[in-house]
Design a binder for this molecule. Sequence first.
Ligand SMILES: [Zn+2]
Length: 205
Amino acid sequence: MQNINELKELIKLISKLPGLGKRSAQRLILKLINNRDELMKPMVNNLAQVYKNVSRCKDCGTLKSNSIGCNNCQIVEKKFKKICVVEQISDQLAVENSNVATDCYFHVLGGTLSSSNKERKEDLLISSLVKRVTKDQIEEVIIATSATVEGQTTAYYIQEELKNLSVKVSKLGQGISIGSSVEDLEDGTLLSAFKNRTEIKNNSD
Ligand SMILES: [Zn+2]
């Protein structure tokens, strides 16, 4: 493409998106330029709206509309007794799309704890999870973190934080290979991991 600064900048930005390298970014931008009114204009407006009106909920970590509120943790008509804890919003999407947990609220941590970095607990909304469990009289917390050291360390801390509450804490069952995150799982694997979830017993008492 010609040496146009605005285009260069846009290619640089779009190339940072997952799955898009420089070439795909160029193709995408050409498509937009060739469809200025049908695609580019509404997209620019829509992007500005999303920037303004959509953010992560401070209580449950998932996406919410700033004007309507969070339909995961604030809308009262839903009455679930389970919370499914995931690391990222992309994990929540994977669980939602596979329909394996239609009777759960979600709690999105936004990352994981590593054993050397325990001070991130507050960033990961773990105390807000404890509050939600109490407030909504939750009966089961399903921890669906990755099969990585960090994911499992995080699961352990969550279980520790919940151990004084009368809530069942479980984690996903067999079938998840070491290193994989929930987002990467096939629907069938996810389904069996949810079905075969096991209660985490607290061995430290
Ligand atoms: Zn929320």
